[in-house]
Design a protein around this ligand. Sequence first.
Ligand SMILES: Nc1ncnc2c1ncn2[C@@H]1O[C@H](COP(=O)(O)OP(=O)(O)OP(=O)(O)O)[C@@H](O)[C@H]1O
Length: 268
Amino acid sequence: MSTAPNAQSPLVIQAKGLVKRYGQVTALDGADFELRAGEILAVIGDNGAGKSSLIKCLAGATIPDEGEIYLDGQRAHFKSPIDARRAGIETVYQDLAVAPAMTIAENLFLGREIRRPGFLGSVLQVIDKKKMLAESIARMNDLKVGIRSMTQAVETLSGGQRQCVAVARAAAFAQHVVIMDEPTAALGVKEGNMVLELIRRVRDKGLPVILISHNMPHVFEIADRIHIARLGKRAAVVDPKHISMSDTVAVMTGAKSVDELPAQALAH
Ligand SMILES: Nc1ncnc2c1ncn2[C@@H]1O[C@H](COP(=O)(O)OP(=O)(O)OP(=O)(O)O)[C@@H](O)[C@H]1O
């Protein structure tokens, strides 16, 4: 198990002064961001606070108009999600990019199929289903995702199990960071807890996690630190062990200013 992240943990991702405008709307208005090694960082904020825009910049899905992004201290210039993926950042989007009719093993390797040379050598390569199946079993076992058969179609799984497949896929391929957008939305209590457990295991495997969520109990249960987005900026980063849920929501909505919080509520 990894040691608890602290103020000395290295910054894995840092963003400074991100600005993103969509016509007249300023979605990001000088947003800063820091993700530390070994942590689950929740990103919360009211509707329109700029959470998705921020995460899209970090995942290469949006190019900021201004500002800088650093990965392990090196300036990153993501022009597409492929650039971010190549840099080891995997994202699990809310709308779950799983292919329901395909098997779990096929879903895990979708777009990254393992191939072996075909009869024309490297020209016509054949998908190595056996190897993909063995790898899928190993990777799901590694994350302790209890699924009976990797050859069953994803459409036969419950919502929670499907979400676990999506999270496991991201965790299996991410070298650096996993970003999750509302991974427990639309799940029941038991299934939500199953996904939260999996997210903890991803962190404990050594991958820091950025978790966007509107679910405050989940955020307080799982986050090491909470980034509060407000009006396109970072309003504060708070420590869930030293701040109440109501104070967190008050900062998020603007009912309370950061200056009104006790010093220990702020995370470093
Ligand atoms: N592609 C777009 N075109 C135009 N406006 C956009 C676009 N994407 C975001 N916006 C606007 O930018 C602002 C911030 O949106 P964003 O989706 O980043 O916020 P959010 O915090 O993720 O909100 P929510 O919780 O509702 O998803 C909003 O006013 C939104 O309408």
